[in-house]
Design a protein around this ligand. Structure first.
Ligand code: APR
Length: 256
């Protein structure tokens, strides 16, 4: 990055902090990119999950119901990366922005629980959470450690367990939709971190916030279709590098 680009980025980070400090209610929308620096590959970057597994053969609820043993081959890989993953500086930074009173809620598409472990208290999970598994036959639930005992993990009733995540073809939890739309349509600032915004309905949040007059701040290693469509301040770079700088700028404004 040239000195000029660095200067521009620093000015934009200050601008983004100002947007957050001047708004009564800010929300964040996050995707897999915020967890890449915790060792969890994302889905659509080169080498991402959907490059290695066919989304239709592994990512839908019908694929899981028809052949759970096969889908658990992919789920076991996800479970392995999530089990030992720790929140990175971006998750912790988002938690700090909440702590200084400049972030109301994180709406996440991620299933890794790292926002909660990174200190954020208000998290809306669009796609569920891999930390628990459920039985589709008898509704018993288990912790993720169940994957260590047998593969695919089975319920005491004999049925193969399903992680409590939302597959394609399943409904987003209605309360997640309701609460996130309410927040997006009344927020003054929306922080969009590490999402390609390819998947609906999560990718409608930035448009709803924009229509409500919110300032849209996007952090990503590369531009997305949001960048030209709705983003007001684009902060190019890794979330683990940009978010801590945003925290410092926000703390400076709050302390004034
Ligand atoms: N810092 C910031 N952004 C990053 C980083 C990083 N270190 N690494 C990758 N990114 C960006 C990529 O440029 C990309 O725009 O994160 C985004 C990740 O996009 P996807 O892999 O498509 O993940 P996501 O947007 O969360 O996908 C949404 O799709 O398959 C479903 O259920 C799955 O929740 C997922 C949904």
């Amino acid at each position: 990055m040239t000195a000029k680009e660095t200067k521009k980025l620093e000015a934009n980070i200050k601008e983004a902090a100002k947007v957050l400090s001047q708004s009564a209610l800010n929300v964040a929308l996050t995707g897999a990119g915020i967890s890449v620096e915790s060792g969890i590959p994302d889905f659509r970057s080169p080498g991402g999950l959907w490059e290695r597994y066919d989304i239709m053969e592994y990512g839908s609820i019908s694929a899981f119901r028809n052949n759970p043993e096969k889908v658990w081959k992919m789920l076991a890989e996800i479970g392995d990366t999530i089990k030992d993953a720790k929140p990175n500086r971006a998750h912790k930074g988002v938690g700090q922005i909440e702590q200084i009173g400049l972030l109301h809620t994180v709406i996440t598409q991620n299933i890794d629980n790292l926002h909660q472990e990174g200190g954020t208290t208000n998290v809306i999970e669009y796609h569920g959470n891999f930390k628990t598994l459920s039985c589709l036959a008898c509704a018993r639930t288990y912790g993720i450690e169940k994957v260590d005992s047998e593969m695919p993990p089975k319920c005491t009733c004999g049925e193969i367990l399903k992680p409590d995540i939302i597959f394609f073809g399943e409904a987003i939890p209605p309360e997640a939709l309701r609460d996130s739309y309410e927040l997006a349509s009344s927020c003054g600032g929306l922080l969009v971190i590490g999402t390609s915004a390819q998947v609906t309905p999560a990718n409608t949040i930035p448009g709803i916030a924009k229509q409500a007059g919110a300032g849209i701040i996007e952090i990503n290693v590369e531009p997305t279709h949001l960048t030209t469509l709705v983003t007001d301040i684009f902060l190019p770079g890794k979330a683990g590098e940009i978010v801590p700088k945003l925290v410092d700028a926000a703390k400076e404004l709050v302390s004034q």
